[in-house]
Structures are given as C-alpha cells and as structure tokens.
Design a protein around this ligand. Sequence first.
Ligand SMILES: *Cc1c(COP(=O)(O)O)cnc(C)c1O
Length: 455
Amino acid sequence: MGHQMFEYDAKLAEEVYLYCRDRLTHPVPLDFGGLSPDPLPELTGLITAEGRNPHEILEFWEKRMASHVVSIDSPGFLAFIPNAPTKNSLMFDMLVACSGLNGTSWLESAGVVIAENQALEFLAATVGMPEGSGGAFVSGGSMGNLSSLTVGRDVGRAKNPDLSPHEVRFAVSEDAHSSIGKALHVLGIEALVVKDDDHRFTRANLEAALANDPNPRSVVGIIATSGTTNAGIVDDLAGLGSFAREQDLWFHVDGAYGGAAMFSPTHRHLLEGIRHADSFIVDPHKWLFAPLDSCALIYRNPTVARKVLAQQASYLDVLHGSDDENYEWNPSDFAIHLSRRARGLPFWFSLVTNGVDAYETAVQAAIDIAAAAVKQIDEAPHVEMVRPSSLSIVLFRRKGWTAGQYNAWSQQLLRDQIAFVTPTKWEGETVARFAFLHPDTSEELVRQILDSMLD
Ligand SMILES: *Cc1c(COP(=O)(O)O)cnc(C)c1O
C-alpha cells in the first residue's frame, strides 16, 4: 500500500477533468474579480490536521472562489495587457502539469529542452537575431529583464575595469516598463534617464543626453522598449541598436508585450532593429497566446550569459560535466532561477500545431480591431483620441470626464459583464485605454463600450 496522499482518486480526477473541459469549451465569462465585498468567511478554519473532503472543497472553489476572478482570457478583457491562450496551449499546459518534468537541465529533460529551444530559435530568427542565439523561458518579462540586465551589467563592468562597479549605468527612456526600474534597483546601478520626444526613445535623444552627461563613459548599455505597455510605442530600435554596435554597448530590447508584432505583416518592420540586440525578451503569455508564466529570454551570445548566471554547486557539477555546450544546454544557466517548470512547452505546442500563419492572423487581428476602434472613436462626438494608436493599444478620452467618472464607469462596465476596461494616465490626465489582444474581440463590443460612455 502506498501512502494515501499519493493515491489516485478516480472520482476526483473525473470532476477535475470535467471542470477543465468546461473551461475549455464554454465561452469565457468575465466574472467579477475582487469587486465583491464578501470576504468568503467559509475559508476560515479550512486547513485542519485531518484534511477535508476534496469533492466538497472543489465544489466550494467552483461556486465561491472561481467567480472572484476576472477571466483574463475573455475577449472583453481589454485592461492592462490581456492574455488569450489558445486551446492547444492550455491543453498542453495541463499535460505539462501531470508529466513530472523538471525543465532545469539537459540531464533531466533533454526532450523538453530541445522543444523549448526550437521555439526560442524560431523567435530569434524571426526578429533577425543571428544563428546561435538562445536562452531560456522564464516566468515573465520582469524576470527576463532582470536576468538580461545582470548579464549586461557584468559585461559592461568587465569591459571597463577602470570604472568602479557601481558606476556603470544603463541608458533608459522615461517610458521604460516599471520592471526595468526595479531590475536596476536590484542590481544596484543607476540609469541615465533619457527624455523622449513624444514618448519614443530615439538615437538622437540618446546622443543628446550623452553629450550633456558628465560621465558618459559609465553608460555601458541601452534598454529599448519594443512596444511600451501604456501606449504601444516602439522605440527607435534601428537607431539605438546601431549606436550600441558602434559604441560596443549592451543592447537590451524589452518586447514583453509588443515583441509579438514580429508576427504582424503590417507592423513587423517596426521591429527591424531587434537584430542588433544582445538580449531580447518577449512574453508568450501576452500576445503570443500562451498561458501565464512564460517569457522567452534570448541572448545573442548565450555563452556570455551562462558565464554570468550559471549556478555553481557541488551537487550540480554533474550538470556541467562535459565541455560540449550544445549538447549540455541547461535552461537553468541563462536566468536567475534553477528548478523550473517547462514553461515554454505550451507555447511550443501551440506554435507547432497551429502554425505560423495562424499566429500571423491572430496577432494581426488585434492590430486591426485597434484600427477599427480608432475609426469608431473618430466618428463618435463624445470621445476623442488622446494620441495615435500604436500596435494594439488605443488611448482615448471621454470629453469632460473626471478621474472619478472614469473609475465609476469602468466598475459599472465590469458589473454589467460587458467588458473590463481600466483607465490609465497620460501626461498627467486620466484617460481610457484599450489593450487589444484577443482575436475574438468584436467591433460590436467596442461600440457597446463606447456607447456606455454616453451618459
Ligand atoms: C508586461 C511587461 C513587462 C513585465 O512582464 P511580466 O511578464 O508581467 O513580468 C515588462 N516590460 C513590458 C514592456 C511589459 O509590457
């Protein structure tokens, strides 16, 4: 007899399969998120020495807890950056969960590593990074940025032994994602914050900032954004990238959201400069239709990243036993992590099974619905664009509204189960923001949302 906790409960399994099948087959409801003031008093005392009946707890989850979630994969979820995983990616995620995989090392799961690397190589090639580029899938853009910038910092220090270690800096734009500021804080280094024209980081801005800086030599890297989160603006990647090459600086491109535009026939040209990147990230869990917990982190020279980030310990020596780097590709060596879920596999399976054309169509659909929304906004008298839309982000204004009115409207829209749209700030003003991503978001829904701003 095995231990009771590890026994298979056929009835419970059936209930869980049914629940998952339901979520996969029914149109996704928006649900109500944290808006309910009900603190779920039934939760008190649930954890006991003897344990509880799993069927009852599953039912409790379904009836009382699962409804306190705003489903991020609804076509009506237009806040922050949505997530719209394909059915195939969700199914493969379940398979990964049940498979006992540790995606840490070649030794433990070579089959996983080969599949994940195929996906990374495809992404690298699509943005024009050279053959031999590679890295690992990490939990999200924040971890991808932190890992990349750790490598960039150490490379910058090694090239400039005369600088004191905390003197090295990165040039960043005012509009870089909050995770960049956090990463630099963790790394204990300062930024040269470059003022943009119209929120776009360009080579000209950078050169002007360096010309006015008392210590320009301390700038060892450039951080560009390929699609700002708030507005979708793509920096001057070609200009910044070529400057980085000329000056021998680390060039990091944060494409967590907008890197996916590599699949857009109409917008991929904006990303051309990514080919200069020393490190690049894109989140499959954003606009590449994979479930949450997936960022593709790619280095131009993975060997350099491995030297900085691989963990050394006696019990891990067996992972690094051979000199053949290609044979012994350990995803754990390329980021600040060790044990890892095989978090690239759901994306890999979806890309392989749906095909690249389907990805192009789905990414393009979000850009097209953004364009349709702009048209509706231009035609409606009560709303107006704040600035031209970029990629799939639309910033617009309800004429005459205060911040309080935007907030009340946003909450009512969710309560009415129409959509989840949250306000943002643009140049100090509270405005409305659509982040399109789900290819099933319809023009009718956009019309309904705009109409709801009439009163
Ligand atoms: C979302 C985002 C991040 C952070 O990614 P997470 O996956 O949420 O950690 C970083 N940069 C940009 C540009 C983003 O849009």
